[in-house]
Design a protein. Structure first.
Lengths: 853, 240, 209
């Protein structure tokens, strides 16, 4: 029976770990166990799958939504654009051809659509040109081959009711429609394609060519090269998706620690047997770790397949939204690869701690199936506290160097330190909780003590909950800080039923930086047609509520380092005041400035810059310039400023009736100040604020924009910036849902270890009330501890950030609505406790011992 | 040739008032081909003796030598290797890893020791053949009867060139016919040159051993004399 | 020494085993000669209980006298004389097989007596006495097990007889284990010498001889 084996490897080298065959045998067993007990690991598996799938879809959408960098370039490295008519066009093209060889010339002629102000291009382009091929693709039919043929985009075809085979008489020239085409790089590009030479009067000519190594501007002022939007900016979609994926995987790892601990405990007898058969500690650890990595691989593969399928299903929607075609597998593979690797690393790391602790269980104790006695290590809270302080300091430094953009390293390090601090502090919180609950009723006391005893899983669950709360509170605090700043005012630009029509001198030529460059001041003769156009727009929207916005050559400035003033100061004309229901009696006679920004009147070192000699329409100071405080007389450091140009500490009156939008007249200069400072001559019309009865539709906005453009005006409508309360509400909901989700997922794991206690309790006559109370206390305590820890950590970071981030005062930190904090700090633990109470009523089917087989 | 030697081995658990002496100055020597049964009431230290002999626990004082090598000088990894190569264990129940087939279970110690999967599987089949279990090789433990499981455990304990078999109530969970089959297998293994220590409280099972050691309160209190030939029983009249 | 120990028991056991009924059982298979009966008896009981020829013939004569068996009239009184079972004999055998042995009253067990006596004799370590007996019993069982190991695979009758022997010895060892446990528990507080337990027991044991 004792089979002699001749090929036993010599014990040379490593001290007998059995090498590859042993590892293979151990991993094989781990795989079998996973296959048999995958249901117990479904939680982690599902989390990894969802996270990976979400990362793939998110990364695909985020990176593919912006137009491709090569849009307008095809495969060319350079493009020269000529605005026709240009007498030297032909010679310039010839020069380029001589210098760089192959060229691709695309001629465009703007053509009107009858009865519409929209246009399309008559385009002459060689479909088989050397560079332009990616800009052209055939939907059906074929490309034009002869002068009498044309291929149109589906938009043009729809507008002119064309189909293949029709004879289309365009601008007097009859052409046969032979195909439907599109520009894959820009689906919104509407054109009619003809063979080269058919565009008689080009309005714009694009020449594509390759000039590697040549600086574009040295060729000519109109030469450009494609520049990928993502490069250069650290906050590109890829890194953001990657950062989110990393945080997600961190949370999964924290939840996973609990799951793998339970799993290892359940297998303690098998692992003891393995050790009795001669497995080393390394092998025992490998079983648990391999299990973790296998769960990660399984989740990554499933998530990859699901994510890819979701992306393929969603791709047409993204294409039509983004107005360009997207290749099915045109995905950020690096991001996806990193996310897949992260999933495996996260689960492997999560399994590592249980692996280490289970390998330390004495073999005899393991064989008897007794759960390992929880380690009673008094781990100091000091490292966590130190890290928390370090995080705050790092945040402070990131704020200090924020101006020149080099603070992102500190910011990232600070975040890492903050997360590490939360993870380190979680177990200490549990110990504190157990001590605090020393005099509580038995069920609560038991629950708290168990939480502290079995820290491996409850600590990681608490850390995960804390991180969720931390994110929510941090977002709330920072957005409250940001939105609460009265100087650098942030928020939605307008109410949804508001619309501003700008004259060319309003808002520096309009926020959209439209075709109208800054032109001369708008004088009376020019203003009349503009005013008419503005009223036309208003009446088209069904509104009679239109207020002319005027600005004086005056602006506000804060003469201290820190946040600078942001926003336009309009003139408080009687008409404007009336429009917002402000009566003259409400305005104090001595007030220079009226503002709805809360707290502005309390700010010191404010100064009103003005230029009484200025001609209308030329702004002064930071109000109109992009560089804050750059071109105003007397920089922010010189306070008080010269008397003839500046009024120190103007009288500011807060009037809450003024609109709150950042582009709306939220701060106005009074007639009193205008007359006192002699600014009457410099007043110019900036635009009109139109209050519509209903929020305008996209179609109405488009037609308003066209009407405005035809009169040399631009319009501004509500942008997508959410309000502070929206952000805080969403963050609160996010934090609570995340925390409750983690609790729901982990509470079963935590209680499973103490099911023996439950049996003993039941045997000693405890009712279902005790069971309910135990679960409720566990959930509530974890929720409360997580909420407190997360909130404290978030405020520590926010205070650090505020310290040196040139914020006016720490009082802004308190601008988070109390209701949100109360919801997180009290509502969430309460909800957890109630849910625990309700769900624990049913006697678990497998109360107590799990069969070991 | 001595395979297992325990010299003056004592083992105490706990400290102070809770201190329990599980073994006191135990001396035990088992040679190749010898089968020793350890009998004693529960709590007499039988199982502790076995776990210390098999390097699963460390003796408080005294020395354990396996094949002349003292356990006290071995690292954890050395002991693990010793268990893979020299010592086979059979427990009362839960001997086989769920998730591994019978053949894989038997091959496990070899694979852990670095033997290739194919060679280890072949050796396992051979061992199973010897115990008339070849047809069960590809089943899972949950598909076996209790007696078959213990027989597989013995196959795993003897696979390779193991020298020492340690069994803790190996037939405790079996009916008497299966229990006898298990003891018979262990005895056969000893006849092939292994040394075996079997812990039991059942005299019928202990009587399969060449020598029975009586343990009480951690002490070895007595042991049986070497066996005479069996014919003495059948001719009582001639000797009396 | 252990053989001596064994033989005392063996004598008792041979009394219990009814040779008379065993011979009837053998005859129930068909007519047999006396010598053949002896050989078959020993073979069927695994040669555990040897019989001498005289014992066989005495028993056969008694059977014939009681009308339970009859012999060949023409044969001589020797090993070649044939016997066959009568209907009365078959009825007697059937009745015997179904009659339970007398287990209701305790036998006079020497080992029990020795342990009880050891309790009364000053300076005697009862545990040691018990251990001596236990060791003897285990040694006996080891020998029976050797026999079983060597032959019982092929000889079913022998296996059954050896099992019976092993279970009997095992029962005695279990009694010793229990007795030792009981003594150990009582050890801290020994019974007063004027206990009435012993005389009463003696009376009961004396009920059966």
């Amino acid at each position: 029976m004792s089979t002699a084996l001749r090929e036993r490897p010599a014990p040379a080298g490593a001290p007998g770990h059995g090498g590859v065959p042993a590892r293979r045998a151990v991993i094989r067993w781990a795989w079998r166990l996973l296959r048999r007990e995958w249901r117990q690991q479904l939680l982690v598996l599902a989390l990894v799958t969802v996270a990976v799938a979400a990362t793939i879809v998110g990364a695909a959408v985020a990176t593919n939504t912006p137009p491709p960098a090569s849009a307008g370039f095809g495969t060319a490295g350079d493009a020269a654009t000529f605005q026709a008519p240009d007498p030297h066009l032909a010679s310039q093209i010839a020069a380029l051809r001589h210098r760089f060889g192959r060229l691709d010339v695309i001629e465009n002629q703007a053509a009107a659509i009858p009865g519409s102000i929209a246009t399309f291009d008559l385009r002459a382009q060689n479909p088989h040109g050397p560079f332009g091929q990616p800009m052209l693709s055939l939907v059906s039919g074929h490309y034009p081959e002869r002068p009498g043929q044309v291929a149109v985009t589906s938009g043009v075809a729809a507008t002119f009711r064309l189909k293949i085979g029709d004879l289309w008489r365009q601008a007097g020239t009859p052409r046969r429609v032979v195909g439907i085409v599109q520009n894959p790089q820009s689906l919104a590009d509407e054109f009619a394609l003809v063979v080269p030479g058919q565009v008689t009067v080009p309005t714009q000519v694009t020449v594509l060519f390759d000039a590697p190594g040549v600086i574009p501007s040295s060729i000519g002022p109109n030469v450009q090269t494609p520049h990928p939007a993502a490069s250069g900016n650290v906050l590109n979609p890829q890194t953001i998706v990657l950062a989110l994926a990393t945080v997600g995987m961190l949370l999964i790892a924290l939840v996973g620690i609990g799951g793998f601990t339970v799993l290892a405990q359940r297998r303690v007898q098998s692992l003891g047997l393995l050790a009795a058969q001669g497995a080393t500690d390394k092998h025992v650890r490998l079983v648990v770790r391999a299990n973790g990595a296998l769960v990660g691989i399984l989740g990554a593969v499933t998530g990859f397949v699901l994510g890819l399928a979701a992306w393929l299903a969603y791709r047409p929607t993204v294409e039509s939204d983004a107005h360009h075609l997207i290749g099915a597998f045109q995905l950020p593979w690096t991001v996806i690869g990193v996310a897949l690797a992260l999933a495996v690393v996260a689960t492997y790391a999560a399994a590592s701690r249980p692996a280490r602790s289970i390998a330390r269980v004495p073999i005899v104790a393991a064989l008897s199936g007794r759960p390992a006695p929880p380690k009673q290590v008094r781990r100091s809270a000091l490292p966590g506290l130190v890290l928390l302080g370090g995080a705050a300091v790092l945040f402070a430094y990131s704020g200090m160097s924020n101006g020149n953009g080099s603070g992102s390293l500190e910011l990232v390090l600070g975040l890492v330190a903050l997360i590490a601090a939360v993870i380190l502090l979680a177990p200490a919180c549990l110990a504190l909780l157990a001590r605090l609950g020393g005099r509580a009723p038995i069920a609560v006391r038991l629950a708290l003590r168990d939480l502290a005893r079995y820290r491996a899983r409850s600590g990681s669950a608490l850390a995960a909950i804390s991180l969720g709360v931390l994110i929510a509170v941090l977002v709330s605090v920072l957005s409250a800080q940001r939105f609460g700043n009265v100087l650098d005012y942030a928020g939605p630009n307008l109410a949804s039923d508001q619309l501003i029509v700008y004259t060319p001198n309003g808002q520096g030529g309009g926020p959209g930086n439209g075709p109208n460059g800054p032109s001369g001041p708008v004088t009376g003769s020019k203003l009349a047609p503009m005013a008419k156009a503005a009223h036309d727009i208003a009446s088209a929207l069904g509104s009679h509520d239109i207020v002319q916005l005027e600005s004086a050559s005056a602006s506000l400035q804060h003469a201290a380092s820190g946040r600078t003033w942001n926003g336009q100061v309009y003139v408080a004309t009687p008409q404007l005041l009336r429009a917002f229901g402000i009566t003259a009696s409400q305005v104090s006679p001595g007030a220079d400035i009226l503002s709805m920004r809360p707290g502005l009147s309390g700010i010191t070192k404010m100064q009103l810059l003005f230029d009484p000699k200025a001609s209308p329409g030329v702004g002064v100071g930071p109000g109109t310039g992009n560089g804050p405080g750059g071109n105003g007389p007397g920089g922010p450091d010189s306070f008080p400023c010269p008397k003839n140009q500046c009024l120190a500490n103007p009288v500011i009156q807060e009037v809450s009736a003024l609109p709150s939008g950042t582009s709306a007249p939220n701060t106005v200069i009074t007639e009193h100040a205008i007359s006192t400072l002699g600014l009457r001559a410099g007043i110019s019309a900036d635009g009109w604020l139109i209050q519509t009865p209903n929020p305008p539709t996209a179609g109405q906005i488009t037609s308003a924009r066209l009407t405005a453009a035809s009169a040399g005006l631009t319009i501004e409508t509500r942008n997508s910036i959410p309000t502070s309360s929206e952000i805080i509400n969403w963050a609160t909901v996010f934090g609570i849902v995340l925390a409750l989700g983690i609790l729901a997922m982990t509470i079963g794991l935590i209680r499973s270890e103490t099911s023996g206690d439950l049996r003993t309790l039941a045997a000693t006559g405890a009712s279902s009330w005790t069971r309910r109370a135990l679960t409720a206390a566990t959930a509530g305590a974890l929720g409360l501890a997580g909420a407190v820890l997360g909130t404290v950590a978030a405020y520590a970071a926010a205070i650090g950030y505020a310290w040196n981030n040139k914020l006016e005062s720490l009082s802004e930190l308190s601008s988070v609505p109390t209701s949100s904090l109360l919801l997180i700090l009290i509502g969430m633990p309460l909800a957890a406790a109630v849910a625990g109470w309700l769900l624990a009523g049913r006697e678990p089917a497998a109360l107590g011992h799990q069969p070991m087989e | 040739m001595t395979v297992l030697e325990m010299r003056d081995v004592s083992k105490a658990y706990g400290q102070g008032a809770g201190r329990v002496e599980a073994l006191r100055q135990v001396d035990l020597t088992v040679g190749a081909g010898g089968m020793v049964a350890v009998m004693g009431p529960s709590g007499s230290g039988k199982s502790t003796l076995l776990t210390i002999a098999g390097s699963l626990e460390e003796a408080s004082t005294g020395e354990v030598l396996i094949d002349g090598a003292p356990l006290s000088r071995m690292s954890r990894n050395d002991k693990a290797r010793l268990r893979r190569r020299m010592v086979g264990y059979v427990f009362q129940d839960f001997n086989l890893l769920p998730g591994l087939t019978v053949a894989e279970n038997v091959a496990l110690p070899l694979e852990l020791d670095g033997v290739g999967a194919r060679a280890a599987r072949a050796a396992a089949r051979e061992a199973l053949d010897g115990l008339r279990l070849a047809d069960r090789a590809s089943r899972y433990p949950s598909q076996l009867s209790g007696g078959e499981r213990q027989r597989v455990a013995i196959a795993r304990a003897v696979v390779g060139d193991r020298r020492l078999l340690l069994a803790d109530e190996p037939s405790g969970a079996l009916d008497s016919v299966n229990a006898e089959a298990v003891m018979r297998l262990i005895h056969e293994a000893c006849k092939r040159g292994m040394a075996a220590v079997v812990v039991t409280h059942d005299a019928q099972l202990a009587s399969w051993a060449d020598r029975v050691v009586f343990l009480r309160d951690g002490h070895v209190v007595d042991q049986t004399a070497p066996l005479p030939g069996p014919e003495s029983l059948l001719t009582p009249g001639q000797t009396s | 020494m252990y053989t001596q120990y064994y033989s005392q028991h063996a004598t008792e056991w041979r009394d219990v085993v009814s040779v008379r009924h065993a011979l009837l059982a053998l005859l129930s298979e068909g007519p047999k000669y006396g010598l053949q009966l002896r050989e078959e008896f020993e073979a069927r009981t695994g040669e555990v209980w040897p019989l001498n020829v005289g014992q066989v013939y005495t028993t056969l004569q008694r059977l014939e006298r009681d009308g339970l068996a009859e012999s060949d009239d023409d044969g001589d009184d020797g090993p070649q004389k044939g016997f066959r079972i009568t209907p009365d004999g078959a009825a007697e055998l059937a009745g015997w097989l179904r009659t339970p042995p007398d287990l209701a009253s305790p036998p006079r067990d020497e080992l029990v007596m020795k342990v009880l006596v050891a309790l009364r004799v000053p300076g005697t370590d009862v545990h040691q006495v018990i251990q001596v007996h236990r060791r003897y019993l285990v040694e006996l069982m080891q020998q029976w097990t050797r026999i079983k190991e060597a032959e019982a695979e092929t000889d079913l009758g022998l296996a059954l007889v050896v099992d019976a022997e092993l279970f009997r010895l095992d029962a005695v060892i279990r009694w010793l284990d229990t007795a030792e446990g009981r003594l150990k528990r009582a050890g801290a507080d020994p019974p007063p010498p004027s206990s009435v337990a012993l005389p009463r027991l003696r009376r009961r044991v004396g009920m059966r001889s």
